[in-house]
Write a protein that binds this ligand. Sequence first.
Ligand code: MG
Length: 390
Amino acid sequence: MGARPIAVLGSTGSIGRTTLDVISTFPDRFRVVALTANRNADALLEQVDRFRPQLAVLADGELPPSDGSAGTKLAAGWDAVLEATSHPDAEIVVNGLVGAAGLEPSLLALEGGKRLALANKESLVVGGPLVMQALERGGGELIPVDSEHSAVFQCLEGAAPESVRRVVLTASGGPFRERDPLDLIGVTPDEALRHPTWNMGAKITIDSATLVNKALEVVEAHFLFGLRYEQVAVVVHPQSIVHSLVEFQDGSVLAQLGYPTMALPVLYALSYPDRVEFDTPSLDLTEVGSLTFEPLPKGRFPAFELGREAALRGGTAPAVFNAASEEAVAAFLQKRLPFTEIPEVIRGVLDAHAVEEVTELEVVRRVDGWARATARGKVDQIGNRAPRLA
Ligand code: MG
């Protein structure tokens, strides 16, 4: 068998770069057929030089006209991203896009019967029912790249779905786990971007500080593994060594462990069901010393509670939660919203939302647009009343 052809969406982001490192480590197993980046044309062109894909796409911006001599077709715009996703030669699509925009390519990859290596958890949060329908219709595969879900996926291998009692997702607790909540009012983007254990993109790092990310992951687990929400627990584990656990009906618990690196879940999503020899340091538990676990502190992470409530409401509520939080995080990063007001924006938008059923992509798009506009309105209201941000 030759090298498996892969399309990498979001190739210049954190997941995309990790994926390309993994691919270049295993040139006999994997090769790149298509790359898409959002705005970073220079980084994309460097990757084109290195990997010689058939197609390279810049979603937002212009690329220099290519004469085709290097064998790579260059294209721009969202339609070209979709073209890369459904590239006839790509067997695996790695979705490393950020945010709700990742849903459409996820649907397309699954409809096309491809393996979707999914790092874009928002696909399942905003359009879970649609993703699962596309998986069934297209006959493709859905393999999680999120570290917690990769852990659960690995622990579940060979298990009957009804044999699961519950899953326990671990959370590092982010940079503010031990900070007094009153102390968080003046937190700057730089402080919130300093994650203690994982090295990730900006949006997910802020989502880890508010624990919005963990709420999204609860929804992700619900759809991926067909679990009821009462079956998805979260425990704080500051060392990020145990990536998640599965408890079976007989009380036996399996966990997946490793040093925190996204290379492992990415590699597993590409190589599954094989395990390949990978030159990584062995986990030395005597060096780690102790693994500690604690409950999520009550009231410390209001955005997480809002996410769980939205999950239980179901339908379009998780999509609204996600859109409101994306807008609030963007405003925080631009210093237009205090960190502690992120949950207030989300709450305001969720309170104003009448939940609908997620029956088609158009519903998600309309509700997402409404939620963003409503969130921007809330940001302006709060921004006008809050003291000027440094
Ligand atoms: Mg995760």
